[in-house]
Design a protein around this ligand. Structure first.
Ligand SMILES: CC(C)(COP(=O)(O)OP(=O)(O)OC[C@H]1O[C@@H](n2cnc3c(N)ncnc32)[C@H](O)[C@@H]1OP(=O)(O)O)[C@@H](O)C(=O)NCCC(=O)NCCS
Length: 178
């Protein structure tokens, strides 16, 4: 395998089975109880902003993006990001993050947040969100809450519990009706 054989594509439904297998391998069955999974369960990810790395017909890595809300703030949540073990440390993860950030900016997203390792994501443009500013629907290590700001002030607008953007929309509609 050479890196030259790997190409990067927008995700389609045809990739779903292989992406599930990659995430199972990377995170195990415990992934379903993670905070980020709980948010994605409420409305799913945004396929148009999610990408795969493929070697021929084989998906070797995946990154997904989900529209989220926290208080007045809106963002995309990056994750899961996972690379098949045989393809790790070739720069594929970094490239997928860069592609996802570029797509997010083009789509007009104000910020991208995630739950992940600062030593990995810091050099890719993510900073810690100040402790206590946001929370997740399940416990997470606050030092792993990171954000990449696209529009100035967008990260400061994120506050309180992060939820799927669809849930925030429903709540806004209900409050407009009362
Ligand atoms: C984390 C992961 C996505 C990185 O993808 P990758 O394609 O192997 O990584 P890249 O080739 O882009 O980058 C490799 C570099 O990142 C470093 N790195 C990998 N995981 C890291 C982590 N969790 N923390 C800090 N650095 C990390 C490697 O040591 C390597 O460093 P080097 O360039 O100095 O040698 C991949 O290892 C993976 O799928 N892990 C399991 C799932 C996971 O933890 N996902 C991230 C949480 S959302």
């Amino acid at each position: 395998m050479s890196l030259a054989d790997v190409t990067y594509l927008p995700e389609t439904p045809a990739h779903d089975l292989q992406i599930n297998a990659i995430n199972e391998e990377a995170f195990g069955p415990g992934r379903f109880v993670l905070a980020a999974y709980k948010i994605r369960e409420s409305g799913g990810h945004d396929r148009s902003l999610s990408f795969v790395a493929v070697d021929g017909d084989t998906v070797v890595a995946s990154v997904r993006m989900t529209r989220v809300a926290a208080g007045a703030g809106r963002a995309l949540m990056l994750g899961p990001l996972a690379v098949r073990p045989a393809f790790k440390n070739l720069g594929i993860g970094r490239r997928l993050v860069a592609i996802a950030l570029e797509a997010a900016a083009k789509a007009g997203a104000p910020a991208v947040m995630l739950v992940g390792d600062e030593p990995y994501y810091g050099p890719l443009g993510f900073k810690r969100i100040p402790r206590g500013q946001i929370s997740m629907p399940r416990p997470v290590d606050p030092d792993r809450l990171l954000a990449h700001e696209i529009m100035p002030g967008a990260v400061a607008r994120l506050s309180g519990e992060v939820c799927h953007a669809n849930q925030a929309r429903i709540a806004d509609t209900l409050s407009a009706m009362t």
